[in-house]
Each structure stands twice: as structure tokens, then as C-alpha cells.
Design a protein around this ligand. Structure first.
Ligand code: MN
Length: 135
């Protein structure tokens, strides 16, 4: 057993390489036996790049609202209290609404394979005209 102290002297880390917009992440539990837990804070309009998880991922929205979208599927609105299971290998993105921030706790199983960014026109089709444009 090991207790991970969430805010023990570790600054929030801005995520830029595989996210669009302003995103800060806090590692809650570094990957341990293929399970990692983090809190991710998306500003309005911010989102992940397209990606896949080796084993899967569970997202729990703890504040705000946003979207999760599988490649080829319709974007799903997610709000505070919602939980999403993403299966192994499903290509997807997640992020904030255009007019709301979103905070989710992400429990990630196995490695993540990052792909290309979610184009502004793809995101805009999901969320509608409201909110900031991030290019
Ligand atoms: Mn994911």
C-alpha cells in the first residue's frame, strides 16, 4: 500500500503538447501497475488531441461541462457527476464546452497513444458557435 499526497509540493502542470487551449493537470497517482489517476482542468474551448488508451480509461466529471467523442460518433455532452468508460483502443477526444470549463478525474489504464489535434472545425461542429475559438 502507498498513500499518494495529492498537493504535496507539486505545482500544477500546464499541458501543451497533446492538448489545445489552456489545460492544467495534476497527477494524483503516477502510473502504478498500469493505473494512473490525474485531475485535468480544461478552460472553455480546450480539449485533448485525438488519442487511444491501451487498456481503457474512466473519466469522472467533477466540475463544469464538456464533451467526449469517439471517432465516427456523435459528441456526448458530459456534466458534473457523469462517468465515462472508454474501452481499450477507442479513438476519442474529450474537453470543455465552448462556454464552460470542465474538470475531470481521469483514471487511465495502460499507455496512451497520442495522435493529431482535434481540428477547430471538428470541435466547432460538436459544440456549436458559442465560446472561444482555439486554433
Ligand atoms: Mn482519453
Amino acid at each position: 500500500m502507498k498513500v499518494f499526497r495529492g498537493r504535496a509540493g507539486v505545482p500544477s502542470e500546464q499541458r501543451t503538447a497533446t492538448f489545445s487551449g489552456t489545460v492544467y493537470g495534476d497527477s494524483i497517482m503516477p502510473a502504478t501497475d498500469k493505473v494512473g489517476v490525474g485531475s485535468v482542468n480544461f478552460a472553455p474551448g480546450a480539449r485533448t488531441f485525438w488519442h487511444k488508451h491501451e487498456i481503457g480509461q474512466v473519466l469522472q466529471v467533477t466540475s463544469g461541462s464538456g464533451f467526449v467523442c469517439l471517432d465516427g460518433g456523435e459528441p456526448q455532452v458530459i456534466r458534473t457527476g457523469d462517468v465515462v468508460h472508454i474501452a481499450a483502443g477507442e479513438r476519442h477526444w474529450h474537453g470543455a464546452s465552448g462556454d464552460s470549463y470542465m474538470v475531470h478525474t481521469a483514471t487511465t489504464l495502460g499507455t496512451t497513444t497520442w495522435q493529431e489535434e482535434v481540428a477547430e472545425e471538428v470541435y466547432r461542429k460538436a459544440v456549436g458557435p458559442a465560446g472561444p475559438k482555439i486554433v
